[in-house]
Design a protein around this ligand. Structure first.
Ligand code: ZN
Length: 325
């Protein structure tokens, strides 16, 4: 059976899955990203793990590799600015890993990969215009417009996380202030909650060494904690308003929310929908569906990266069929 490998390279952990054309993850594992001996040790480990995963089933034939990484460049097939991992500035990972297995490889950033995963296997199957929002540590977004992943001239299209949501607001890692992801993300809601409580933190179920997390705020909100509920309301308000602006640019029929914070379900979905609808230009009212992804947040980039490779392979075989006729 033909399979692709999906690889999700994160700052600390790299996840690897072997994926069928139907989107089933046959085998899955993870390795630390920051191999101490630099990129060659990491690549060796990656190759060994993929080989091992392929061996765990008989009759698998690897036909391509999809990679997702925060600074993955689709056009160059590289991971850009990976120096924080102790790697070369632009690591030609597609050539290196694809070359090793003698199969084509494709890379995109993780948010774009998640969008492709939703398009092929998730909530957006058959939807030609949608936005996929990943609410994790930051806010990632991937845009599918007229049936195609929107890439832009450098492959950087779709950075909704850095829309200025609050002028002169919270400092962002990008060096500017008030970016959407400093509010609408797992870390953003923690900041909002702390802001609302001042110093008098109410009793929150203690785990994770007492550190406040989005998960704890979700638990508290489900238990009826007023401040936690307010934090979700404010997060949904800021997100909904900015998504309303995005709708004016893209006219999507669907917005899919995934990532850790989306697991809060209605707590985040309801205020987001409400404020989106209230702030839409009237011609768009009632035209945009907002859904929570059903793909596991942990595996969405792996599945998406593999899906991206499957789409590329489909394009190649369509092209070959055309030339044959
Ligand atoms: Zn920013």
């Amino acid at each position: 059976m033909n399979v692709t490998a999906g690889i999700d390279i994160g700052g600390t952990e790299t996840k690897i899955g072997i994926v069928t054309r139907e989107g089933e993850i046959l085998a899955f594992t993870s390795i630390p990203t920051n191999a101490e001996n630099g990129h060659s040790a990491f690549l060796k480990k990656l190759q060994a793990e993929i080989t091992e995963l392929l061996r765990s089933f008989s009759g698998l034939s690897l036909v391509g590799i999809g990679i997702a990484a925060p600074t993955g460049s689709y056009h160059n097939g590289t991971i850009e600015n990976a120096s924080n991992l102790g790697w070369p500035r632009n690591l030609p990972i597609c050539d290196l890993i694809g070359g090793y297995f003698d199969v084509p490889a494709v890379i995109s950033n993780d948010a774009n990969a998640a969008a492709v995963g939703e398009m092929l296997y998730g909530a957006a199957q058959g939807v030609d215009n949608f936005i996929c929002i990943t609410l994790g540590t930051g806010l990632g977004s991937g845009i599918v417009a007229d049936g195609k992943l929107l890439l832009g001239v450098d492959g950087h299209a779709g950075e909704l996380g850095h829309f200025i949501a609050v002028p002169d607001g919270r400092p962002c890692a990008c060096g500017r202030n008030g970016c959407l992801e400093t509010y609408a993300s797992a870390t953003g809601i923690v900041k909002t909650y702390l802001q609302l409580t001042g110093k008098n933190l109410p009793q929150i179920p203690s785990e994770n060494n007492g550190r406040l997390t989005a998960k704890k705020i979700t638990k508290a909100a489900l238990a009826g904690d007023e401040i936690a509920l307010k934090a979700f309301e404010l997060t949904g308000e800021i997100l909904g308003k900015k998504l309303a602006d995005a709708v004016s640019v893209l006219n999507p029929e669907m917005i899919v929310l995934n990532g850790g914070l989306s697991r809060a379900g209605g707590l985040i979905l309801i205020p987001t929908k409400k404020h989106l609808e209230q702030n839409l230009l009237n011609i768009y009212n009632g035209t945009v569906e907002v859904k929570i992804s059903e793909i596991s947040s942990k595996k969405s980039a792996v599945l998406g990266a593999a899906a991206f490779m499957w789409i590329k392979l489909d394009e190649v075989s369509e092209e070959a069929t055309k030339q044959h006729h």
